[in-house]
Ligand binder design. Sequence first.
Ligand SMILES: [Fe+2]
Ligand SMILES: [Fe+2]
Length: 317
Amino acid sequence: MTIQDIYQLAIKKGIAYDPRGEAGVIRALDRIKKEYKTLPKKEQDYFDQESLKNPYSDTRILFGDPTIVVDKVLVGIDIHVGEMVLADRLNEKGEGIDLVISHHPSGRALAALDEVMELQIDMLETYGIPINVAENLMRNRIGEVYRRFAPLNHHQSIDAARLLNIPLMCMHTPTDNIGWKYLADRLEHTDLDTVADVMDELYKVPELKMALKDKAGPVIFAGTPRSRAGKVRVVEFTGGTEGAKEIYERLSHVGVGTVIGMHISEEHRKEAKKHHINLVVTGHMASDSIGMNIFMDELVKKGVTVLPCSGFIRVER
Ligand SMILES: [Fe+2]
Ligand SMILES: [Fe+2]
């Protein structure tokens, strides 16, 4: 496989597992295309052309010739300068890493993380919140996320990749979509009576079980093991980062009893408690590993060797 093949496969899989469904993704891309056409020429010159074809702003080839053939990848949840130096050291020892893959984005893929959060508007609609309400609640939050990420030093790992001449890419929402579908299929259609039953179901996921031993597995943030689970929904798992805290009130009104999230802030936890929603946090690194693992299994099938690092809990299925 080439770097371009891996990138295309990430987009393809991301769409296949997207909570919006393929039709929803196409609609989102059409909206961007329309917007692009109405932009003044001056703004079109700066427009990210890739976003006309790739619906995931947080998934990009960050450095390297896309035609390079890849036999071995170093994969981490976060790739910073340290991991790039690690790749270089490993290559000095004869590892032969052709590409470094990060789950969390860098560069323009990080600066534009807010764009991928549009996905959550459609997802909330599928969970019963009217699209207009979901949009208005999320619009404020998307703006907040944009302003929070704007001042960061987005380019450090890419600069390191360039100086060391080691290709680097990131895939974020596509593999979070895979992880979301994996958990939604397990939890959203099962008859789970209590929060303890939800936890038991989560403990069956190998990555989450392994993380438990390191005190980084699933925990109950709101509610108790004996709390009745009600309708379980995997709400805070894909689509960039945490959504709007105001969604908890709405979710409570449309009959959601337990929210599953990858990581949840204290502010969100308070809102969940206030609106009587049980909150189960699955653990950040372990949860990000689920989708990454299912995707990496595809690369292994095509003859690529996967070397895990930086919090990535590698499990083959
Ligand atoms: Fe993630
Ligand atoms: Fe993450």
